[in-house]
Design a protein around this ligand. Structure first.
Ligand SMILES: *[C@@H]1O[C@H](CO)[C@@H](O)[C@H](O)[C@H]1NC(C)=O
Ligand SMILES: *[C@@H]1O[C@H](CO)[C@@H](O)[C@H](O)[C@H]1NC(C)=O
Ligand SMILES: *[C@@H]1O[C@H](CO)[C@@H](O)[C@H](O)[C@H]1NC(C)=O
Ligand SMILES: *[C@@H]1O[C@H](CO)[C@@H](O)[C@H](O)[C@H]1NC(C)=O
Ligand SMILES: *[C@@H]1O[C@H](CO)[C@@H](O)[C@H](O)[C@H]1NC(C)=O
Length: 253
């Protein structure tokens, strides 16, 4: 009589862990390439482009990109900025830009043509970007490197950085990861800017208002994962403890 009660208790604990087993993620169905490319979905898989995606949204450049991707036969190349790239900016750099300049900065990270990594090395410098022609500026990017090593550097005249890896390299869209914000000479050069705006490096107001938000987002998502796994571990320990306790109890009786 009493042993059957214990069997029920054991069964109860076994069933209580079944949902964990069943909640294993199911592999998503493969997407068809015939539908328009959703580049924000590509960026989301990277999980490190929160500020870049936010800026693409607030400047509406992201919307422009998706429309152009769907209509242009040239394809597109995007230099995706990691959150690290923004964290390494001098404090207040982004806030020192007007809305129009933020748009120009985003457009500067987009080339209205598809380039594979090796194509970039063959392109003639400076390569026109989506920002080229804005207020009469060149807004060009220079690419250097060795074809053998497949190592390509991008230079703006203000910053030079390595192109880390390709998030996607398939016509009509190439997305390359860069760890430094590509600061255009037209906005950040030592020469006077076309708009006569002060160079952002001299701006000291609103120190670092952009990056802490990013940090918070990162930390909270990280701690959520930790909290969830801690719960699972504690639940498992509790389950094992109960199981052993009941087993010993059954042996004694
Ligand atoms: C693109 O993907 C994102 C994230 O997966 C989603 O929120 C958005 O609605 C998608 N846009 C389109 C046009 O499908
Ligand atoms: C983009 O901005 C619009 C408002 O302009 C907002 O409604 C939307 O939620 C934003 N999308 C993302 C993914 O942040
Ligand atoms: C993409 O372009 C096609 C026609 O070229 C149009 O029918 C479709 O609505 C467009 N899709 C988006 C998401 O803009
Ligand atoms: C880019 O390349 C062109 C042509 O080689 C050169 O004239 C220009 O000075 C370069 N600009 C930068 C910023 O390196
Ligand atoms: C590429 O840029 C890095 C700095 O980010 C520099 O150390 C390296 O020498 C450059 N490589 C070439 C081939 O110019």
């Amino acid at each position: 009589m009493s042993s059957s009660i214990y069997s029920y208790v054991v069964l109860f604990f076994l069933f209580s862990i079944v949902p964990y087993i069943q909640s294993q993620p199911i592999a998503p169905a493969p997407t068809t390439e015939t539908s328009p490319i959703n580049f924000t979905a590509v960026l989301e898989t990277g999980h490190q482009f929160t500020t870049f995606m936010r800026l693409l949204n607030t400047t509406q450049v992201g919307f422009q990109v998706s429309v152009q991707l769907n209509s242009s036969d040239q394809g597109m190349t995007i230099f995706a900025l990691t959150d690290n790239a923004f964290n390494n900016l001098k404090p207040g750099t982004l806030n020192g830009l007007t809305y129009q300049q933020q748009i120009q900065l985003m457009l500067y990270h987009i080339i209205p043509k598809y380039y594979s990594l090796s194509d970039l090395l063959l392109a003639s410098n400076p390569v026109r970007t989506q920002a080229t022609g804005q207020e009469g500026g060149v807004f060009g990017l220079n690419f250097t490197g060795q074809a053998q090593s497949n190592q390509v550097n991008v230079s703006t005249g203000v910053v030079e950085t390595r192109i880390n890896n390709a998030l996607r390299q398939q016509f009509p869209l190439a997305i390359y990861v860069v760890d430094k914000v590509l600061l255009p000479e037209e906005l950040f050069g030592t020469k006077t800017t076309p708009t006569g705006a002060p160079a952002p490096k001299s701006i000291t107001s609103s120190p670092d208002a952009d990056s802490p938000a990013v940090d918070k987002e990162h930390k909270s998502s990280g701690s959520n994962v930790k909290r969830t796994s801690l719960g699972v571990v504690l639940g498992f320990i509790w389950f094992c403890y109960s199981f052993i306790y009941i087993y010993i109890y059954l042996l004694k009786h």
